[in-house]
Design a binder for this molecule. Sequence first.
Ligand code: AMP
Length: 111
Amino acid sequence: MTIFKKIIDHEIPADIVYEDDQCLAFRDISPQAPTHILVIPKKEITAVDALTEEDQMLVGHIFLVIQKIAKDEGLTDGFRVVTNNGQNACQTVPHLHFHLLGGRPFGWPPG
Ligand code: AMP
């Protein structure tokens, strides 16, 4: 069981900013920007490479939730959505998650 599953089950605390039957959003414990929120499905999916066709609606829903949270956080000057998949991308928690980052300018290309 991952730490994110424990957060979904409310077994360990998190600063939750949004929750519905399909997904959960909470502030990253080690923020890399003034706004740094993780949006995760409640379904246990390890990463993008484990998605299947049955997850299409779920992923679309998550992006609309990200849009809503970005609005709620006042990220009118732009924001970044990142998902790390696997070792080379520095994924540390094997439960699909989308980082919503905002509140400062970002560089490109990413590190
Ligand atoms: P990644 O490196 O893409 O797998 O991102 C995992 C993220 O989860 C990192 O940004 C961590 O800071 C964050 N994280 C790990 N444990 C927790 C936790 N208990 N509560 C909130 N964020 C966490």
